[in-house]
Design a protein around this ligand. Structure first.
Ligand SMILES: CC(C)=CCC/C(C)=C/CC/C(C)=C/CC/C(C)=C/CC/C(C)=C/CC/C(C)=C/Cc1cc(C(=O)O)cc(O)c1O
Ligand SMILES: C[S@@+](CC[C@H](N)C(=O)[O-])C[C@H]1O[C@@H](n2cnc3c(N)ncnc32)[C@H](O)[C@@H]1O
Ligand SMILES: [Mg+2]
Length: 314
């Protein structure tokens, strides 16, 4: 029944989970060891895609195009976290564009951006965990940002990690900043200022377990979790599966399964239920691919693909 919450799909019972590290437990048709494990069919799918991952005109071309839009989303969200204290530059509530000539406004805008970049630079350089990093498309882009100290990319498709490591060697600046491991999320130790979980929640059997383990590894002092996934609705089926995989063939066949899609409302409800008062929704935007424009944001976040930023407050 599609209306049943996908996110709250019953995970194995705690009794089962408590023994799962020592023995297998059956979850649906799959037998798995860990609650954040990947299913065999998903791993097989991405194993086959690994060799062409970095061909920007190949099977992952839509992911490469999406990377531009999601980096805009991440950077805009982080810039909005920076409070400009200099009254010479920014007066809250004063819309200077209504009163000042264009060239003056442009100068003010430039000074504001410079101030934000300086503030971001002065901030403790942020640590990033990229969950389900694949071949490293997002990990590399984040690793090149000045205010990022380190990116740890994890994935359960070993061939993707091999491709990610190989590709990162092409850019010396990434050597110190970006690392990859083939491991399950629950085996990651430490806490991170930023955790990204992009285009992977719709590929896991128990997404709530991924979110739960992301939360536990998010810096409680304003760490930010960035998600991108797909609502479970007819328009999502039409764009991502019917058009994307079968008509335009711009997404590898068999990539997506409507029943695994997750509604943005389900994610918010799940955070309210499990971490009410401990988080804030920083931003939620719909995004859709238009052939001549690429990925564009819109305000219908209950339909199709979406980007979400959730900040942990305590
Ligand atoms: C407000 C609103 C949303 C209205 C929508 C109304 C409507 C019906 C709009 C139709 C839009 C339109 C012009 C459709 C024409 C056909 C078209 C351009 C369809 C888009 C096909 C497409 C590119 C889908 C993207 C699928 C997707 C989620 C990609 C990310 C991705 C990629 C890969 C990979 O490349 O391997 C793997 C993944 O797991 C992914 O999630
Ligand atoms: C569509 S790719 C997205 C890659 C990357 N996040 C990006 O957006 O460029 C989905 C990735 O999630 C990985 N994945 C699926 N289930 C996973 C799990 N339970 N744990 C870790 N990685 C997983 C797959 O192996 C695949 O590399
Ligand atoms: Mg996907």
């Amino acid at each position: 029944m599609l209306l049943r919450s996908r996110l709250l799909k019953t995970a194995p019972s705690w009794k089962q989970l408590s023994v799962c590290s020592k023995s297998k437990f059956s979850f649906g048709k799959q037998t798995r060891y860990k609650s954040t494990d990947a299913s065999e069919d998903e791993v097989k799918h991405f194993q086959e895609l690994a060799p062409t991952w970095w061909d920007t005109d190949g099977s992952q071309r839509i992911l490469h195009k999406m990377n531009l839009a999601r980096l805009d989303f991440v950077q805009r969200t982080l810039r909005n976290q920076v409070k400009i204290k200099d009254p010479e530059i920014f007066v809250p509530g004063f819309n200077y564009r209504e009163f000042l000539p264009g060239y003056v406004c442009d100068n003010i805008q430039r000074e504001m951006q410079d101030s934000i970049e300086t503030s971001l630079d002065e901030k403790l350089k942020m640590s990033v965990l990229d969950v389900g990093c694949g071949g490293g498309i997002l990990s590399e882009s984040l690793g090149r940002l000045k205010w990022v100290k380190s990116v740890q990319g994890i994935d359960l498709t070993r061939e993707c990690i091999v491709v990610a490591k190989e590709h990162a060697k092409k850019d010396p600046m990434l050597e110190e900043k970006v690392s990859y491991e083939c491991k399950a999320l629950e085996d990651v130790t430490g806490q991170f200022d930023i955790i990204t979980c992009m285009e992977m929640l719709e590929h896991v059997d128990v997404p709530s377990e991924i979110l739960r383990h992301c939360w536990a590894r998010l810096n409680p002092d304003k760490g930010i979790l960035f998600l991108s996934t797909i609502n479970r609705d007819l328009i999502s089926w039409f764009t991502t599966i019917f058009m994307g995989e079968n008509v335009l063939k711009v997404v590898p066949k068999g990539t997506h399964h409507l029943s695994k899609y997750i509604n943005s409302k389900e994610i918010i409800a799940w955070f309210d239920e499990n971490y009410g008062g401990q988080f804030q929704l920083l931003d939620l935007k719909g995004t859709m691919y238009l052939p001549l424009q690429g990925w564009v944001e819109h305000d219908c976040s209950d339909v199709g693909n979406y980007f979400m930023a959730i900040q942990r407050l305590k």
